[in-house]
Design a binder for this molecule. Structure first.
Ligand code: ZN
Length: 120
């Protein structure tokens, strides 16, 4: 379970971005999570609710976007989406020599804020 430090990082990044933009409140945070990054959405939301109390991000909605990894077979060149459970053999030729890339990202794509300029 590594959602706690990860969630702290997200919160810090979002609050910093909001402060730089003079925002009063963070309404929503769009997150991108790779299919192979063993992160559970519900855990992130749970920790976020706990950590965001009394910050600009309190009550913000988290939107999760899943990104899949790509597996490529060294032997026949076949490419396919890699998710969990991870496929260990090429579906085209049964080779076990696969190269997996991507799918492990985890970052804040964008944040939606309530800023002072839009209140007039
Ligand atoms: Zn293959």
């Amino acid at each position: 379970m590594h959602e706690l430090p990860v969630t702290k990082g997200i919160l810090a990044a979002a609050v910093e971005a909001a402060e730089q933009n003079g925002a009063r409140r963070i309404i929503a945070i769009d997150l991108v999570i790779g299919n192979l990054a063993s992160i559970v959405d519900d855990s992130v939301q749970f920790y976020f609710d706990m950590l965001s109390k009394n910050t600009l991000a309190e009550g913000a909605k988290l939107n999760f976007k899943r990104e899949s990894g790509t597996a490529r077979c060294w032997d026949c060149g076949h490419q396919f989406d890699a998710g969990i459970p991870l496929i260990r053999e090429c579906p085209a030729c049964n080779s076990a020599r696969l190269h997996v890339s991507g799918g492990r990202e985890f970052y804040v794509e964008s944040i939606e804020v309530d800023d002072e300029n839009s209140s007039s």
